[in-house]
Design a protein around this ligand. Sequence first.
Ligand code: NAD
Length: 246
Amino acid sequence: MRLANKVAVITGAASGIGLATAEKFAAEGAVVAVCDVNKAGVDAAVAALTAKGGKAVGYVVDVTNKEQINAMRDDLLAQQGHIDVLVNNAGIVMDAQLVKMTEEQFDKVIDINLKGTYNMARALVDTMVAQGSGVILNASSVVGVYGNFGQTNYAATKFGVIGFVKTWSRELGKKGIRVNAVCPGFVATPILKDMPEKVLAAMADKVPMKRLADPAEIANVYAFLASDEASYINGAAIEVTGGLTL
Ligand code: NAD
């Protein structure tokens, strides 16, 4: 129960890594605010977590919508009195090479992955500063360290959320708030749903461990970073790749 008495907000928590993180956090004793644009997914996640004895409350929150973010924060604070962890996990891909990328593809990915991360942190930072404690974790990617073919927009956001980490950790460290990023390699989640089997197999083959990550293997890292066991880890971007980048 490493996260007992902690209240954690997780965005994009209806699917993939976010859902696995919500499950892990609940199992470690946290109260989890399950935030996602997908209402059916939020309801299903809350029902599943509650059925396993976890504490979860669901919110339909689009990370680009400040009214929804503020309403979630105010309701959660009224219920729980504190917010200890923010996992900025919500993210999308809209891939295209530079020669084919549309303005819509560029703007949408920046708006959700990059500005959405900023919107969430901006809305919750005053609460954490007033508490004198908090943890902010941003979902980056190996693409946020090395770039990737066909991912101009996505790479910019994943480099960007590491930029937030390097900046916020300097600004907020003295206020008792730690800020870190997690950079997964290939993780078997619905975000890869448009990838042909052949491409997925080729991706797995590039990893020394010869497989994609299970979402729970990323969730474990978020849980550690959110816990007091990671009390001196600040400003880091931690690669969790199975050795992909060696
Ligand atoms: P996923 O598609 O399974 O889940 C993403 C969730 O985000 C969905 O539930 C979706 O409804 C939600 N979402 C989308 N737009 C939103 C918005 N505007 N507001 C709130 N919620 C929104 O994806 P995943 O693979 O679990 O990815 C989670 C995070 O991890 C993303 O930031 C992704 O970039 C990052 N990541 C994933 C991989 C991978 O291989 N799967 C690798 C590196 C990094």
